[in-house]
Design a protein around this ligand. Structure first.
Ligand SMILES: [Zn+2]
Length: 246
């Protein structure tokens, strides 16, 4: 392939623009905020599940407490009723009186036991409620951190995308100046190797960092200036400049 030396040199500008595009694209893909957001989102999801479990437990305890309180009330009603009968003086038989008194004693003991149960449930419920508040606060804090990271990501994206748009405009201009066949070869090589053209500097290909043999250097020296040279190692277009050491 033949191409004017100036066009060949222009390929180096294109390669530099392309490596800027690659660098920006890589930065966009590997922003630390992306991993941070994923990590925070997973932790928020885990905490949300824990909050629901804690709320369920607190709800169960609230229902348990209501039931235990109604058990206490039922016994209290019976104690009151028995006490009224006792106070009314309507029960006269000594045996019935003894039975009534013994029932009041046992019901009062039962009421005390049930009140203990209520207290124990209240304590557990208090702890469960506190756990809900603690977990929900942790969840909200992490969600806020996640949102802040998302804001930072969006700001970084906007900055990178602005730079990418500028550099792509520059690329179109440079690519537009190049002959179609030379550009076509460059694009094909870029697709294959990431970089399509490299400078020959001091007898070395800057694409693959290989030093050329004396025979290759001599061959390139003898080649016409408009001959498009390829690196024998990496197959990239090798661009000759005054720094090439020929
Ligand atoms: Zn090479």
């Amino acid at each position: 392939m033949k191409a004017a030396p100036a066009d060949q040199k222009r390929l180096l500008d294109l390669a530099e623009i392309d490596s800027t595009i690659d660098r920006l694209t890589h930065r966009r893909r590997t922003l630390p905020e992306l991993a941070e957001i994923d990590d925070l989102a997973a932790r928020v999801a885990r905490l949300a599940t824990q909050v629901i479990a804690a709320e369920t437990e607190a709800g169960d305890l609230a229902r348990e407490q209501t039931k235990a309180e109604s058990d206490v009330d039922a016994v209290r009603v019976r104690v009151d009723r028995d006490q009224k009968r006792l106070d009314s003086g309507q029960v006269s038989s000594p045996k019935d009186l003894a039975n009534l008194q013994s029932e009041i004693v046992s019901l009062t003991r039962r009421q005390g036991d049930l009140e203990e149960v209520v207290l124990e449930i209240m304590e557990r419920r208090e702890a469960a409620d506190a756990q809900v508040v603690k977990l929900a606060a942790e969840r909200d804090e992490l969600a806020a951190a996640r949102d802040a990271a998302a804001d930072r990501r969006d700001a970084a994206f906007a900055e990178i995308d602005k730079e990418l748009a500028e550099v792509r405009t520059k690329r179109s201009a440079v690519a537009g100046e190049l002959p179609a066949d030379l550009l076509g070869l460059y694009e094909k090589l870029r697709e294959q190797f990431g970089i399509g053209a490299a400078m020959l500097q001091g007898g070395r290909c800057l694409g693959c960092r290989t030093s050329l043999s004396i025979a290759d250097v001599n061959r390139i020296k003898a080649a016409p200036h408009d001959e498009v040279i390829r690196c024998e190692e990496c197959r990239r277009i090798l661009v000759r400049t005054p720094e090439s050491g020929l």
